[in-house]
Structure formats: C-alpha cells, structure tokens
Design a protein around this ligand. Structure first.
Ligand code: HPA
Length: 252
C-alpha cells in the first residue's frame, strides 16, 4: 500500500476516497495525525499530515519516528513524502516540482534513529542513495502521464527551522551543492531506510530561497499560499497516477 506524508499545503488529500480513519499509537509516541485510509486513483493509500491536520506541529517538533513506525504498522509498502522547499538553484521557479535524488542534513537534536535502545547492537544503514530509485522513477513516470513537468533530481538541504535561512546561509548551502532547501526531509528519509521501506520525495518550490531572485529583500509570505495551492493540486494528480514498483526494491 502507498503511504503519503503531506507537508505544508497538503494537510489533506482531497482526491483520496476516504474509507476509514485510524488513531495509532507507537512505541515512539503519537504520530502527527490520524491515518486516513482510502482509494487514490487505482490503488489503496494511507495519508498522514506531517504537521497535523491543522498545521500546528513545526518541523523540529514532528515525531518523525512515530510517523514512519505508524505507516509501517498500517501496512505501507512505499512512502512518498511531499514537502515544500525554497529554490536555490538559478532557474528554479515557485511552482516547480522536483523529485530530489540527494539530501544534505543540517538538522540537529531530532530523534533520528530507531536503533538506539539499550542492549540493541549498533546499526549503520547504507544511505549513499537516500531515495528509492524505482519509486523516484514511478513518480517521474506518473508526472509524465498526466503531463506535469517534474525535475528529475535535486540536492535537498534540510535545515532545522522553523525560521527561514539568512542570505549567507543560502550562499553556504549552494557552495555545499544544495539546490533546494526545506525543513522536514530528515530524519524522515533515514528512518524509512532503517525500516527498509522504499521512500521518495516530491518537492514543491514555494519561493526563491532567501537572498535570491525576488526574495532578495526578504521572502514575501503573501505569495506562498497561492503557489502552494496550485502546486499541490499538481502533486495530487501525480500521486493519483503513481503505480508502485512491483517487487520490493533493493533500495538502489
Ligand atoms: N527555506 C526552508 N524551508 C522552506 C522554504 C525555504 O525557503 N520554503 C519552503 N520551505
């Protein structure tokens, strides 16, 4: 079953034909929202709102472990994460969609592993390729099928937030090789890998990153809502078209 984690602008999946809702508890506490089960396009899906249904949980307070654990318990075979970002790379425009292929983690202090309980052996996951190649491919194919442009690949910098970055921080991220910047990509991706659930992300560029283009004098929040509204409509269309890779991916 496809699981979708919706971020800012996607607290609800309006094209999900809802069948049931379930409150779930996990050994790591409560996930951000109830799980909503239903049909999306041709398949069964489960939806979770990363920031809560009323968008009340900031990025650094999201219980990423409970979210990923709950989705696994619910029977998720694949997870697609949706996250809005700022565009760093020249040429990226608000409204652009990106299927990121790499991540750089600048977050701190977030519970970022399932493998830290006393008595458990130390476990290191391979994270060379943080996103599942076949699930990324499925997303790109779905976008193509509904004639929506989605960029194949992007380096996603994940900052701590909740404040936005300074212009100098964005310059530094660019020097590091980052192309987009958001606040929720980690530890979510690593936790999914720890549980061996194929995971990929759809990023929607909500704004030019701080100090860039029309954000040179600051980020204008008024415009974000309209961009998110329109962009997430496209994301919903893509999600409704995704066909999941058949066998379990080898995560390469
Ligand atoms: N920076 C970090 N996170 C974001 C941004 C940004 O500019 N836009 C949307 N999420």
């Amino acid at each position: 079953m496809l699981a979708i984690i919706g971020g800012s602008g996607l607290s609800q999946l309006s094209n999900l034909d809802v069948v049931s809702r379930e409150i779930v508890r996990t050994p790591y506490g409560e996930p951000s929202s109830v799980l909503t089960f239903g049909r999306l396009g041709e398949q069964e899906a489960v939806f979770l709102a990363r920031h809560g249904h009323r968008h009340t949980i900031p990025p650094h307070k999201v219980n990423y472990r409970a979210n990923i654990w709950a989705l696994r318990e619910a029977g998720a075979s694949h997870i697609v994460s949706v996250a809005s970002v700022g565009g760093i790379l020249t040429g990226l425009m608000p409204g652009d969609l990106i299927i990121a292929h790499q991540v750089i983690d600048y977050t701190w202090g977030r519970a970022s592993t399932f493998f830290e309980d006393e008595g458990n052996p130390v476990t290191h996951i391979d994270f060379t390729e943080p996103y599942d190649a076949r699930l990324r491919e499925s997303l790109l194919e779905a976008a193509q099928a509904v004639e929506i442009t989605a960029r194949d690949g992007g380096v996603y910098a994940v900052t701590q937030g909740p404040r936005l970055e300074t212009a100098a921080e964005i310059d530094r991220l660019e020097r590091d090789g980052a192309e987009i910047v958001g606040m929720t990509g980690m530890p979510e991706a690593a936790l999914a890998r720890e549980l061996e659930i194929p995971y990929a992300v759809v990023n929607l560029v909500a704004n030019h990153a701080a100090g860039r283009n029309d954000s040179r004098q600051g980020i204008v929040f008024d415009r974000l809502e309209a961009v998110l509204l329109e962009g997430m409509e496209k994301v919903r269309e893509i999600l409704a078209r995704v066909s999941l890779p058949k066998e379990e991916s080898a995560n390469v």
